[in-house]
Design a binder for this molecule. Structure first.
Ligand SMILES: Cc1cc2nc3c(=O)[nH]c(=O)nc-3n(C[C@H](O)[C@H](O)[C@H](O)COP(=O)(O)OP(=O)(O)OC[C@H]3O[C@@H](n4cnc5c(N)ncnc54)[C@H](O)[C@@H]3O)c2cc1C
Length: 411
């Protein structure tokens, strides 16, 4: 099998996890920053499409690392997994950052059409026909595989913003449409970090020397060496304090009322979640097509998400001993939910985090007339432990790693 094809099943996720286990320690710490090209990815796990769709869980990944190497040896790898939790929590406490990004993206798209020169730079960036050969190669890689190495994502975003002079919002949108692991928190905040919006005054300017070193001279750096950096001035919006964290249910014991169980893009492992003890009457899968056309996902990520849902539904159906159904249009989702109301059933699901799924579900529950009491909203302990801690920078956040490992029994 081609190393960069990503079958969207839990079985495949576990297989990859196991095969990467020997590389989670010192070799990851030493080699992880090298982007040696598609087909040369044994230095990183390639697990992100599986983690961000929760075909496997962060705690499973951390436990696998710690079961082979000491905490010290696997520190770098474990820290990267905690970066994901940090970004998820950071956005969860600041939902307005996602809303601002969404409205700014719409403005930037409209603006582009009234600025033909920038529009043509944007078009050549999306086509991968710029003057920068490394950038063009990453565009092709992203479009064909749905994956980019972390360092390549940083360089890509930096070239987009500082060398091509394009709005970061359009780049984040381009990534989100093409990445298999596209995640509202890691992606939006990753782009904001490169632009210098996350850590004020700290922009990430990619240097040709750094790219040459960590790609082992795969690209011709001539054009990038000659290019002028375009200044990007971050708007200085006043920083608001984070919201208080809204906890959800951690277990289902005592909840005996029959329920409809929802499964959708953010988590495909319901039989390994707090929902597993519910009195489930039926299981409904929400197709990623419900988020179209506003997201405009490319064919690869759409297919990955459809297959992940199929896999998640099959396992949940087997576990609860029920047949399952999935819906792909808002009308059919609404009519299913109306039926649930008529039958006086509750609806149970894992809390969607800030992003398109949360917006969709909030709107639909309101339209159908569900009250808070009709909904059983759960969350995983990993999220409940970690997300409230994303108050400040990652440096402070990562101090919690030993105690979270202890509390969640990840040794
Ligand atoms: C501009 C930009 C956009 C990004 N967009 C996304 C995105 O949409 N979805 C996404 O999952 N990650 C995103 N990342 C983070 C990171 O690039 C990917 O998680 C990583 O490259 C995935 O490859 P891997 O699984 O081989 O990682 P590994 O190096 O093997 O890391 C293991 C796991 O740790 C987590 N992780 C690693 N690095 C980071 C990081 N910097 N931030 C958050 N989590 C991390 C991922 O879950 C990853 O699977 C983005 C980074 C940048 C700079």
């Amino acid at each position: 099998m081609n190393q960069l094809s990503f079958p969207a099943t839990r079985h495949e996720a576990l297989r990859r996890l196991k095969s990467f286990q020997p590389s989670m320690g010192p070799s990851y710490a030493k080699g992880r920053n090298y982007d040696l090209g598609p087909g040369q990815r044994s230095n990183v796990s390639l697990l992100s499409p599986y983690i961000s769709s929760r075909l496997i869980l962060e705690e499973e990944v951390v436990r696998t690392a710690l079961s082979r190497d000491s905490a010290e040896q696997s520190e770098k790898f474990v820290e990267e997994v905690f970066w994901r939790a940090y970004w998820k929590g950071w956005l969860e406490l600041r939902p307005w950052i996602w809303e601002e990004y969404q409205s700014s993206l719409s403005e930037k798209i409209a603006w582009l059409y009234s600025h033909p020169p920038t529009h043509s730079v944007y078009a050549s960036a999306c086509e991968g026909t710029t003057d920068f050969s490394c950038f063009n190669s990453w565009v092709q890689e992203l479009k064909t595989t749905g994956y980019l190495h972390n360092h390549a994502r940083m360089w890509f975003a930096s070239i987009w913003i500082f060398y091509l002079g394009l709005p970061w919002e359009l780049g984040a949108d381009f990534f989100y449409k093409h990445l298999l692991d596209g995640d509202p928190a890691s992606n939006t905040l990753g782009w904001r970090w490169v632009a210098g919006l996350q850590t004020r005054g700290k922009q990430y300017i990619a240097s040709p020397e750094n790219i040459a070193k960590f790609t082992k001279d795969r690209f011709d750096m001539g054009a990038l060496k000659c290019a002028k950096i375009k200044p990007f001035i971050a708007s200085s919006a006043r920083e608001k304090p984070p919201n208080e964290y809204q906890p959800a249910l951690l277990e289902s014991s005592g909840l005996i009322a029959p329920s409809l169980l929802l499964i959708f893009g953010e988590d495909h492992y319901l039989e390994g979640s707090p929902l597993k003890g519910m009195n489930v009457q039926s299981i409904l899968g929400l197709s990623p097509k419900l988020l179209e056309p506003s997201l405009g996902l490319a064919a690869n990520p759409l297919q990955f998400k459809l297959s992940a849902l199929k896999d998640g539904l099959e396992r949940a159906g087997q576990y609860f001993g029920l047949s399952t159904e999935s819906v792909a249009t808002l009308d059919s989702l609404k009519s299913n939910l109306h039926e649930i109301r008529r039958k006086n059933l509750t609806v149970s699901f894992l809390r969607p985090r800030v992003g398109p799924w949360r917006s969709l579900l909030e709107n639909i529950f309101r339209d159908v007339g569900f009250q808070q009491g009709d909904l059983r909203i759960f969350e995983r302990r990993w999220d409940a432990e970690l997300y409230p801690l994303a108050q400040r920078g990652f440096f402070q956040f990562k101090r919690c790693i030993p105690s979270v490992i202890e509390n969640l029994n990840l040794h």
